[in-house]
Design a protein around this ligand. Structure first.
Ligand code: SAH
Length: 349
């Protein structure tokens, strides 16, 4: 691959128009190319048949199209599909299509690996290799939209940033990808059907509130007791719970959007009454929803799913405190596609 050529999809429509003017051509060619790239999903310049051949060759000399490629597509017995996605530089990420009776949800990655080292998550073992580019995020969504149409006869309905990586650590590119996904020139999806999930970086939660984003926010909390959370999510020391709570209160005050907490209950870690009490106290400041996620074992031991009794305790106490609670069972476990299992297992990297 010739690395001196620029990825053409990093250019806005205006920049493309300016480029064509700069080479003595008509600005409207920029609109045509933009349409080929973003509406028609062209993977090569040759495919842009409404452009003169010489123009296509000129573009190929200046630019590359760093399209993603699905290396392996695995289908779970429950209908879930996992894509191993090859990036232009050979690195791999994973994205997942999760079907229900009425919806198709895309779970997409924002980074190759992850810089946070949550001890229960398989992605953390990969470390962070690089941030995904806006079009690499967009492409994962586009691929899943096409798969949804092919296999389920309906378009994609929801997107969750719950794949590999921490979306807020790749803030600008994630926001650009969401702009493209929601724009009429991209997929025209409503931002209300997009959820960004974060481990909780206070400064960037405030920034999202200031940027008046329209998507939903989910926070992977797992414990509202500082020492417990630091034990399983070590960066909690750097971004203390109190700061997180204040940032979330700011988010709610600005957006009036209910906050969802993702929460796994583990045996002997956070399965006691005091843990539930701390959670209730933590989320009292705004309307909240708690998703109790089933634990997906990633290796041999340390973490064990709590007894059903502990989940009942959470459910009863949270409901009594007026907090919505749902218990989520994992999908796609047989192909390592469930939460926390994305680690490029079963494909050559
Ligand atoms: N970094 C972001 C995006 C990842 S979302 C975040 O932390 O929110 C993936 C979700 O799966 C997070 O809520 C994460 O805490 C959860 N998770 C990670 N490992 C898991 C596991 N082994 N079992 C169940 N959930 C897990």
């Amino acid at each position: 691959m010739n690395n001196t050529r620029r990825d053409i999809r990093a250019l806005s429509k205006e920049e493309l128009r300016t480029f064509f003017e700069g080479v003595g051509d008509k600005a409207f060619r920029g609109n045509q190319v933009y349409e080929w790239l973003w509406q028609k999903g062209a993977h090569t310049f040759e495919a842009m048949t409404s452009l003169p051949k010489a123009t296509r060759e000129m573009l190929a000399a200046h630019f590359s199209i760093n399209h993603i490629k699905v290396d392996v597509m695995q289908r779970s017995s429950d209908g879930t599909i996992k894509n191993a996605v090859r990036l232009h530089d050979g690195l791999l990420v994973e994205s997942v299509l999760i079907p229900t009776d009425t919806r198709t949800t895309a779970c997409v990655s924002s980074q190759v690996g992850c810089s946070l080292n949550c001890s229960f998550c398989a992605t953390a073992r990969l470390k962070r290799m690089r941030n995904l580019l806006p079009d690499e995020i967009f492409d994962q969504v586009k691929v899943i939209d096409e798969q949804s149409r092919t296999f389920f006869g309906r378009p994609l309905s929801n997107i969750v940033f719950m794949g590999m990586g921490e979306p807020l650590m790749n803030y600008n590119n994630v926001m650009k990808a969401i702009d493209k996904i929601t724009s009429e020139e991209g997929l025209g999806m409503s931002a209300k059907r997009i959820t960004v999930s974060t481990s909780g970086i206070p400064k960037l939660i405030r920034k999202m509130a200031d940027d008046e984003v329209k998507f939903k926010l989910a926070v992977s909390l797992h414990s509202a007791i500082s020492s417990v959370r630091t034990g399983i999510m070590p960066f909690n020391e750097q971004f203390p719970l109190e700061e997180l709570r204040e940032a979330l209160a700011y988010w709610y005050q600005k957006t009036k959007n209910r906050i969802t907490y993702e929460y796994v209950v583990w045996k002997d870690i956070n399965d006691q009454k005091k843990d539930v009490e701390a959670l209730i106290k933590f989320c009292r400041f705004a309307p909240s929803k708690v998703n109790l996620i089933e634990y997906n074992p990633i290796d041999d031991g340390e973490f064990k799913q709590a007894d059903p009794k502990a989940l009942e305790l959470y459910q009863t106490m949270l409901e009594a405190a007026g907090i919505t609670v749902t218990i989520r069972h994992s999908r796609g476990k047989d192909i390592d596609a469930a939460c926390g299992q994305l680690a490029n297992k079963g494909v050559n990297s």
